[in-house]
Ligand binder design. Structure first.
Ligand SMILES: [Zn+2]
Length: 436
């Protein structure tokens, strides 16, 4: 029986693959930028991708729906529609001048897998819904106070009360609410009734995504099975406030040097991360942006102000929970030593998430049955999957080997690897939905 399912899923998937290749080609062509592709969250490119996928789903005779935030749902109806649905998908936006595969691969894989199941004559026991989320890349497109992954979080009812207004798109200066309305959807419905996706109506969430690191490529695996997703604490703008002073005329004991205070603080945080790792823990610490004020700074001045960002990640939620008190203590120490003020400005949290053990087991078993070499590995980047896991939905992720990382135009996923990942996804959906 297992062999029969593997054979029929593989055959149907091979037949559905040309459609997937065509979709990647059309997306690359129609959302091309000077280099790479640009599909802004709630922008033209994202809308084109949503329209293309909806039209494809319609041609496959799937049920189409959207929610007030513009997330797209494409459903293969099950025999018993009252049962919690199996959901699979990803996002269709990209970072500015990004690659064609980050996000889109997961939606195209899901539609292709569903098309293959239909071809194989499978009538699922419950609905299988492909979801194309909105604005997963909101970290790149929206500034101001927001929690990222806006589309998935809106669907799951996880949006903060004022986030529709405090999330501001960097290029237009308009709010998230404005952009939702401009795309033809209805942000006023945010507070009406229960969220579109209720936890108890979702049997499982599975997302296929390109790997954004080098592990699968280096170790020779086409496909990965994610064990856990790192959570994030983001401090977008830490301010260190000292006093501008002459570089030669001001004695050290009179200085309030913002640059040296920033250096001390950052070095202290790095030492903390190193200590956590030395104990066998998992913690990354990144200062991606750091600057003095170009209008006021000079080589011959003590720096009066420094601003920097902090991105802190861990698979272990406790390690993340430990960060704010450590940072506050360290800031107080440095303030006393350097006579400068450190304003941390608060941490925006994205929780860490363990993937569902049962789904991981089914994926590992499916890979063996299909003859696919698959490696279990943790995921360093954050995804919509985290939000599903955070409300208690059993969640899993399939990685596809990809060279050159992501969020850049050089993403390089081989179609053959994508087809293997999609075959594994189809097999999992078939297995989960073949029961009574
Ligand atoms: Zn992504």
């Amino acid at each position: 029986m297992a062999d029969g399912l593997a054979v029929s899923v593989s055959r149907a998937l091979a037949e559905a693959s040309p459609m997937a290749e065509r979709l990647f080609g059309t997306l690359a062509e129609k959302t091309a930028d000077t280099v790479g592709v640009t599909r802004a969250s709630y922008g033209e490119g994202e809308q084109f991708a949503h329209d293309l996928l909806a039209a494809t789903a319609r041609s496959l005779d799937l049920d189409i729906a959207t929610d007030w935030a513009g997330n797209l749902y494409m459903t293969l109806p099950g025999r018993d529609r009252s049962r919690p649905a199996l959901m699979t998908g990803s996002h269709l936006d990209s970072v500015p001048r990004g690659g064609n595969y980050d996000g889109a691969a997961g939606v195209i894989a899901a539609v292709t897998a569903v098309a293959a199941l239909r071809r194989a004559g499978l009538r699922p026991s419950q609905d299988i819904t492909v979801m194309a989320t909105r604005a997963e890349e909101s970290g790149s497109w929206f500034k101001g106070r927001h929690g990222g992954h806006l589309g998935a979080r809106m669907a799951l009812g996880l949006l903060w009360p004022d986030e529709l207004e405090t999330a501001i798109r960097i290029d237009t200066g308009r709010s998230l609410a404005w952009h939702i309305a401009a795309a033809g959807f209805d942000p006023k419905k945010a507070t009406e009734g229960p969220p579109r996706l209720a936890r108890e109506r979702i049997g499982a969430w599975i997302e296929l995504h390109i790997e954004q690191g080098p592990v699968l490529l280096t170790e020779g695996y086409p496909v990965g099975i994610v064990t856990a997703i790192r959570g994030i604490l983001a401090a977008r703008e830490v301010k260190v406030l000292g006093a501008y002073a002459h570089a030669g005329a001001t004695p050290e004991s009179y200085r309030q040097d913002a640059a040296l205070a920033a250096v001390d603080f950052i070095a202290g945080m790095d030492r903390h991360a190193e200590a956590v790792r030395a104990r066998g823990g998992d913690l990354t610490f990144t200062v991606g942006k750091i600057n003095t004020d170009a209008a006021l700074h000079s080589m011959t001045k003590v720096a009066g102000e420094v601003r920097f960002s902090m991105d802190i990640r861990s698979r272990d939620q406790a390690a993340l929970d430990g960060i704010p008190p450590v940072a506050a203590r360290l800031a107080a120490e440095v303030e006393a030593r350097r006579r400068a003020r450190i304003e941390l400005g608060g941490f925006a949290p994205t929780p860490a998430a363990a993937m569902d053990a049962g789904l991981r087991r089914l994926l590992a078993q499916g890979a063996i049955e299909l003859g696919i070499r698959a490696k279990e590995l943790p995921c360093g980047a954050s995804h919509d999957t985290v939000d599903f896991a955070s409300v208690g939905v059993p969640a899993a992720m399939i990685f596809v080997r990809n060279a050159n990382g992501s969020h850049n135009p050089d993403e390089a996923m081989e179609f053959a690897d994508f087809a293997e990942g999609t075959r594994l996804l189809a097999m999992l959906l078939a297995r989960l939905s073949s029961g009574d």
